[in-house]
Design a protein around this ligand. Structure first.
Ligand code: A2P
Length: 321
């Protein structure tokens, strides 16, 4: 029988500061770098950039943690003539920022490109395209930091980690993987990154190099639109749990495991179903507790059942959008 872990408090999380700068009192970050996160020439119609801000002159310097987000206020007004509202972006750096001094904050921005639903005219997301067009030296009104739940535990070496990212959901994990490995943990760490094509993998060279340097870090990709060796065409991050079942049992089968998922809404259900299919009932119950009525029937589960009917425990961290 699965042990009843409903009361499991999960790992202790570090205390964080929040809202040092609120939307009515933004501060200014200065662009020091703005580059593609891919090698260029990507096949999918997505353009993702790594943008680094110098926040040394702000009160946020040294006061954010990996996994948190910050706010960006694009200049100008919306269609109703009101100033644009704050948009949240995940911090892609470790707690010390890009160079350990807490003054260089990176994020991962995808240009939002869409059609208006009525006349099909082109629509460009305001904040993402403004950010992606910025040059070194440009000023960015920012707020934050924000978020107190999607964090690494206070005692990182007491845990093993499975990180699942789709697209720009890689942002917090780039920082977390860097932070864990630089801190010298002996924890097992697995990162699965999902992209349409190999050309669209974000931070791919960086993650590949870290995996080569650290035996305790495994980096797996899941390409959804490339032919797979078995003849199928679609591989999603959650499918990796089954293709690498032994690895995930090692990382998540014991008491130390933590699961993190960040990216497209929809992926969290797939990850939960993948864990159900691969882990023992005892291990699965450390991450998700299904209502008794639906417990044995993962095919009937749907996204709306999260979090009430399929209840993630404190060992499962979800950030989907
Ligand atoms: P696809 O769009 O081919 O179905 P990006 O943000 O760069 O588009 O990447 C997101 C990745 O996540 C794509 O490979 C996309 O696949 C995949 N994806 C889409 N829906 C889900 C889902 N429900 N679960 C897991 N991965 C998903």
């Amino acid at each position: 029988m699965p042990t009843n872990t409903t009361k499991d408090p999960g790992p202790t999380l570090p205390a964080v500061e929040m809202h040092i700068h609120k939307p009515n009192d933004p501060t200014i970050g200065i662009v020091v770098e703005n580059r593609l996160c891919t090698k260029g020439g990507n096949k999918a119609a997505g353009f993702v950039r790594h943008i680094v801000l110098d926040i040394s002159k702000t009160n946020i310097a040294g006061r954010f943690r990996v996994g948190q987000a910050f706010g960006v206020i694009p200049p100008g007004e919306d269609a109703k003539g009101k100033p644009h509202k704050v948009r949240l972006y995940s911090i892609a750096s470790p707690t010390g920022g890009e160079d350990g001094t807490g003054t260089l904050l990176a994020t991962t921005v995808k240009r939002m490109i869409d059609e208006h639903w009525d006349d099909h005219s082109l629509f460009l997301g305001v904040a993402s395209n403004w950010l992606c067009d910025l040059q070194v030296g440009d000023e960015v009104p920012i707020t934050g930091p924000a978020g107190k739940r999607f964090l690494l535990p206070a005692a990182p070496n007491e845990h093993d980690y499975a990180f699942f990212a789709t697209g720009t959901g890689i942002a917090p994990f780039r920082g977390m993987v860097q932070e864990l490995l630089a801190g010298g943990v002996t924890s097992q760490i697995v990162l699965v990154l999902g992209s349409p094509y190999a050309t669209d993998l974000l931070y791919h060279e960086e993650m590949t190099a870290l995996a080569e340097q650290h035996d305790n870090f495994t980096y797996l990709t899941a390409l959804s639109r490339e032919p797979q060796p078995d003849g199928s065409t679609r591989l999603y991050v959650q499918d990796r749990i089954e293709t690498h079942a032994e690895l995930f049992e090692q990382v998540l089968g014991g008491e130390r495991g933590l699961v993190y998922a960040c990216g497209l809404a929809g992926m969290e259900l797939g990850v939960i179903q993948g864990l159900y299919r691969t882990l023992t009932p005892e291990a699965f119950a450390r991450y998700v507790i299904p209502e008794p009525e639906i417990a044995g029937d993962p095919e009937s589960w749907n996204r709306k059942m999260i979090p009430r009917r399929l209840s993630p425990t404190r060992r499962m961290f979800l950030e989907v959008y």
